[in-house]
Each structure stands twice: as structure tokens, then as C-alpha cells.
Write a protein that binds this ligand. Structure first.
Ligand SMILES: [Zn+2]
Length: 403
């Protein structure tokens, strides 16, 4: 929605053809003036962008239009043009991109009004580009409201609803009437866009003739945004919405199958798994602490070596325990945890000369692993699983050799 542009035309202005005919793809115009790469025309079908919708792309006499600016006289940036004042030119809009944006823009009107019926909401920002369609709103929103609103929008689309425009005096814009931010509108006349009985809003943008042409609207992202209380709603329209809906539903069905639940129960099934995972982690911590309490020790070359492998154990627990154990006299600690990768911690007492970081890299390197740390404490891992016992034996052999 663009509340900024007015409707009053004077003969020196660029006539905005898209306001009366948003389906115009090609037009002839006369060059009013040029300034470097910028060309001002007497009429144009190029929508300069506004209300969050990006500008049109296209060509003038076959040359790409790379920018649009100006409120009353619209200048078109056409690098390398050789146009002269009074010359007649042909403009062509990149129709595929524009039509997609008209679908998104009309869809955004409907989505906003349907959401507003469920909750008190304030529009923060709209961003409609070829790549991404986003609405940012402030209010109390949840997935249930999104579901209801999207169903309502698609109901309107399926039934069809004509889109019309009229110009109202500012004074006619009353509370409970068309949505408008009057503080942002400077003109006396306000362009109001209606989608049947479903929505009315002040807007200077380009819309479809009928909501049916949207094809389908799908919200494909709904997340909280900054500042707190803001929500970002990303949506798709037309064929993109259809493919995403099919893709999402197939994935949801596959996921339910993996969870061993019915699709409608998959969220509960997931939550149950999540709780089970938390319980397992807690249990692992308890058993891990027990296992770490008694670590086998042996005397090697006058050094007390404490070592052990602990499958699946939390790395932080392993490191904390290694540091504790290394406080004894002439002690070296080598603790290893294993899952899809191996993780090794080496720690020694201050009265030893041995460099833990070098020793760690020496034993991990043949397995494609590496690590880092200080002479008295180092940790690192391997990219894949290894035989943990072999690695610890290798460390013992190194200590025997006096490394
Ligand atoms: Zn609009």
C-alpha cells in the first residue's frame, strides 16, 4: 500500500498510465527532457515503486530501464540512450515480474485485512520484491490466526472478488472506513482501492482486476521480528504458492511417517520425542558423572596416567573432569568421548614438562583430526569415528618414549 502519491495531474506532469490501466505492458510516449542517463517522458506505464513494492523493470526503445525517480515528472534511467526532446519512444514493462508483484500486492491487501479481523494489528512495513514478499506487523498473533486468515484469503480468491478504485476527499476518510495513514498523505484526494466487500484501503499501487487472479496465497514464514512485538510474515502467491504448498505438505507427511504418528498428531509426537531426549540427556549426565568418578590409572615412565573412553558423553563435562584430575602430582589425563566423531582432552599437572597440544595433534593427525590449547590443557577431535582404545594406547606409548 502506498499512501504517498496523489492524483492531481497538470499538463507538465508525467501521466501515470498504470494508475488507470495496470495491465498496460507497452506504451508510446514523448521525451520531455533528458539529463545525462535520465529521460523524462510525458506518460509512462512504469511503476516507480512505493508502498513497499519494488519498481518496474523493462525497456525504452529496447534499452533497459535501470532506475525511476521523481514525483510529478517521472525520470527513467536509461544508460547509453541517445534520445532527444520531442522524440517518440516505446516503453515495455517486464510483464512477468510486474504481474507477480500485482498478485502479491493485491494478496497483501487481503491478507492484512483478514488478519485484522482476528486481532488488533498495526502495519509496520511491507516489502514486495520479485524474490520475497514480506509483511511486518505489530500485534498479538499466532499460528492459529495465520491459518484462519490464509483460509479466508484463499476463500476470497476461489470465489473471485472485483478490485475497484475511487478517489475520495480527505474529509470522507472516516474512522471505520478505508485503512489509511492520513498523516502520510499530502493530497486532498485519496485513492481508495476496494476488493469487493473484503477490503478497502488508501493505496496508489498497482492491483489486479479481480482477486481470483492471485491464484493462491500461502504464508511460508511466520517469525517474531525486532523490536519485540513485531511479526514478520513472508508469503507466496500464484504458482509459487501452489508448489510450496505441495512441497510443505509432502514433507509434513514424511515427517509424520518418521515420527510414527498421524500428520495431525505430529507436533505432539515431536514434543514427546523432545521430552524423551531431554530425559536421556539428564540420565547421561548422571551416569557420566558416575563413570568419570573412577578413571583407571597406571604408572608410565614415572607419570600417573589417567585415561578412559566415554561414548556420547558431553564434552564440557569431560573437559571439567580432566582439569580436576590434572591437579594431582605428576599426572597426565587423557579422556575421550565418541559419537559420530571422537573428542579428546589432554590435561597435565604443572610439574610435568610435556606439551599437551603437541601430543594431542601428534596422535590425532593420522586420523585426520586436529586440536589446540595450552601446554597443560588441550582438546581436539577427528572428523569421523575411530577406535578410542587404540588412540589412548598410542598416547601411553608416546609417554613411555618420553615425549
Ligand atoms: Zn495497494
Amino acid at each position: 500500500m502506498d499512501y504517498l502519491h496523489g492524483t492531481d495531474h497538470s499538463p507538465t506532469m508525467t501521466l501515470r498510465l498504470y494508475e488507470s490501466d495496470p495491465y498496460l505492458r507497452e506504451f508510446t510516449a514523448t521525451v520531455l527532457s533528458t539529463d545525462g542517463n535520465w529521460v523524462t517522458l510525458d506518460r509512462t506505464a512504469f511503476y516507480p515503486g512505493g508502498g513497499g513494492q519494488e519498481r518496474d523493470r523493462g525497456t525504452i526503445d529496447g534499452l533497459p530501464v535501470t532506475g525511476l525517480k521523481g514525483k510529478t515528472e517521472m525520470a527513467h534511467q536509461v544508460p547509453g540512450h541517445g534520445f532527444s526532446v520531442g522524440q517518440s519512444v516505446i516503453g515495455r514493462i517486464d510483464w512477468e515480474g510486474r504481474y507477480g508483484l500485482m498478485r502479491a500486492h493485491t494478496g497483501e491487501h487481503l491478507l492484512f485485512s483478514c488478519l485484522s479481523r482476528h486481532t488488533e494489528m498495526e502495519l509496520v512495513k511491507i516489502s514486495l520484491t520479485r524474490e520475497r514478499k514480506v509483511l511486518v506487523v505489530k500485534g498479538q498473533l499466532d499460528w492459529d490466526m495465520i491459518r484462519e486468515a490464509v483460509l479466508e484469503v484463499n476463500g476470497v480468491i476461489a470465489q473471485g472478488s472485483p478490485v475497484s478504485c475511487e478517489y475520495l476527499d480527505r474529509e470522507q476518510m472516516s474512522e471505520g472506513g478505508p485503512r489509511a495513514k492520513l498523516d502520510r498523505i499530502t493530497d486532498q484526494k485519496v485513492r481508495v482501492v476496494r476488493i469487493g466487500e473484503h477490503d478497502q484501503a488508501a493505496c496508489a499501487g498497482v492491483h489486479l482486476r479481480d482477486a481470483q487472479e492471485i491464484g493462491m496465497l500461502l504464508v511460508n514464514k511466520f517469525t517474531s521480528a525486532r523490536p519485540a512485538g513485531d511479526w514478520e510474515i513472508e508469503f507466496l502467491v500464484g504458482p509459487e504458492a501452489v508448489s510450496a504448498a505441495v512441497e510443505h505438505s509432502v514433507r509434513a507427511l514424511m515427517l509424520a511417517e518418521r515420527l510414527g504418528s498421524l500428520p495431525q498428531d505430529s507436533l505432539t509426537a515431536y514434543d514427546n520425542r523432545d521430552k524423551e531426549l531431554l530425559r536421556c540427556r539428564e540420565a547421561l549426565k548422571v551416569y557420566g558423572r558416575q563413570a568419570l568418578a573412577s578413571i583407571p590409572s597406571q604408572q608410565v615412565n614415572g607419570i600417573q596416567v589417567l585415561s578412559g573412553t566415554f561414548p556420547g558423553l558431553d564434552r564440557k563435562m569431560l573437559m571439567e573432569r580432566a582439569a580436576e584430575l590434572a591437579s594431582g602430582p605428576r599426572t597426565l589425563v587423557a579422556l575421550l568421548s565418541q559419537d559420530e566423531r571422537a573428542f579428546l582432552v589432554l590435561a597435565r599437572s604443572e610439574d610435568l614438562e610435556l606439551d599437551c597440544a603437541s601430543l594431542l595433534n601428534l596422535v590425532l593427525r593420522p586420523h585426520g583430526g586436529k586440536g589446540g590449547g595450552k601446554p597443560n590443557f588441550a582438546s581436539g577431535g577427528t572428523p569421523g569415528p575411530i577406535k578410542g582404545e587404540d588412540l589412548l594406547e598410542e598416547i601411553i606409548r608416546m609417554v613411555e618414549k618420553g615425549l
